[in-house]
Write a protein that binds this ligand. Sequence first.
Ligand code: P53
Length: 474
Amino acid sequence: MRKDFLWGGAVAAHQLEGAWNVDGKGVSIADVMTAAKHGVERQITAGVQPGAYYPNHQGIDFYHQYPTDIKLMAEMGFKTFRTSIAWSRIFPQGDEVEPNEAGLAFYDRLFATCLKYGIQPMITLSHFEMPYHLVEAYGGWRDRRLIDFFLHFAKTVFKRYQHQVKYWMTFNEINNQTDYTKAFFMATNSGLVLKPDDPQAEALMYQAAHYELVASAKAVQLGHQINSAFQIGNMINMTPIYPLTAKPADQLAAQKAMQTRYWYTDVQTLGTYPNYMEAYFKRQNYRPDITAADRAALQAGTVDYIGLSYYNSFTVKAQTNQPEYRFLGEQATVANPYVQASDWGWSVDPDGLRYGLNWLNDHYHKPLMIVENGLGAVDQVTADHQIHDDYRIAYLKAHIQAMKTAIEVDGVDVMGYTPWGCIDLISAGTGQMSKRYGMIYVDQDDHGHGSLRRLKKDSFYWYQHVIATNGQDL
Ligand code: P53
């Protein structure tokens, strides 16, 4: 383990800040998403509809309660706190020239509070919360002009916080949109709002992803010009895909599925499109707008580290005898008989974290930062206000152990570990409050009712000890 290992926790602005229309903030894509549950998808409404319930509007009111929340994180011993800057607080519409000073001032206060406790803010630039105006007026990331809007936002915050923030990452889980049949991923990653079964969905996804990759590479270059000490990473959802059997066709199916899901990382770390993607575009007769200048930017803006989330693994088996082995996302996966699943159907597979870390290390040879990991579960509060979340401790313990094995046995360079939702917040996938990840409990239900009071769970004290011993005692 590094001596300066970055222990901490992770959140995203739209899932906890609330204050959706306070101090000049504009509407974001997350502000037009309704609440749902396991098996029911969140709806993306056309603007904010009267009478509809949008859980992100209130979040957990972190916008006002952050001083006490950061204090609790300091008590756990956090070295870093990963959050995002809500793009629509800084540029309410997304295409303005002048930033919203009140939005910038909020992050001045938040970062000063973190630094007061020796907690380094770690910042995601775009985490599922682009200004909704960019979705309505430009169709989201299908439009090349989004690159410059994003860079203007990036430049504004890089300059403003260059002395407060060292660790940055560009687009959260940029590879979720691989699953282009899911409206949620297309909207959250790229502001692409399509009709179900739109025949253009896949081609539009590749175009949008390309513009994001160019924007990401240019942001890396820009950030380094503003402060050469910045560490700027990408952020991918690492869900290893296993073959169900040793049958060669199953092996190929898994290998091709990994290519389909992780080519983004090739572009962001190696600076070029992998040959299988160029071949795929040709075969499909997709002609994405990829210019020579874009290719030069990709080459010049490779990331300093790879940020990853890890929750679960997938398993596939060959469906056809065709050489393509197309992978259509989670719907194309099969159950893995060797792993259990959470109440929300996510497999629980600590070895998969070790596997994923090794896979990334083998392919890219860059430092890795685990910026999300955790178990979404229902918690019970006892009569004396305790939360005995031994299931969460067991999950985190097994995953930290797997990470330690990757570091100590396999020699992988891991810079830090920031488990997801260190304080309970709104679930991205379902909009629920009851899908809890935190070590800090927040009293609120799925309808937005509750005192918002914060309580320490058993995992709070457990994680505090893990950090105090730099991961020695789990
Ligand atoms: P929730 C889907 C698949 C994997 C990770 O997810 C995902 C999603 C989107 O739901 O999101 C990441 O809240 C994401 C966070 C999110 C977290 O995982 O659906 O970066 O914003 O909250 C957990 O349980």
